[in-house]
Design a protein around this ligand. Sequence first.
Ligand SMILES: [Ca+2]
Ligand SMILES: [Ca+2]
Length: 190
Amino acid sequence: MEKNKLMKFKSFTMMLITIMIIYISNVNADDTPIHFSNIHATNNWSVYVGTVRINATLAVDHADEIAAFVMGSDGSEIMVGACVYGDNNPGYFYLNIYSDDISTKNVKDGAQENDPLFFKIWDKSQNLEYVVHNNHIQFLPEEGLVLPDQLRYHVNNTFGLIQLSVIDIVQDGVTDLKDVIKLMKVLSSQ
Ligand SMILES: [Ca+2]
Ligand SMILES: [Ca+2]
């Protein structure tokens, strides 16, 4: 009887360890956004490939996050794509942007053709979220990628490169006069 109990305990422990190993390896293999979470995936999408620089430094792989949004008819923001930086290729984002599901007629649950896209960045180390300013977006031709039509959504293609940048010298989540003053001080002291 005692031996039987011990066997059961051992097999239970082994099962726990196995579950833990599976769980840990999944966490490492699969970058799931924790800030821009709960993205609603639909059956159609496009891939947008690009880079993010925060104060001229590339975003951090497997840490920082990027999300794309469109406007709803009521002026609300609808998140239509989210990913962790570098999850597919080091130094780049590969962002799936999902189309509106036409079967849910009264709900805008994705981007529609020609919808203007806008992007947000989450800097994990500072826990700061940024809206990327239109003036801080550049398009770079890259072989194998379709150059984006400004930032209007089109389904079923792979667009790139999109270069997004954020300037926030005084790291408080906004680009304002304080950043300019700090930058001038830094430059004048050199
Ligand atoms: Ca819909
Ligand atoms: Ca700032």
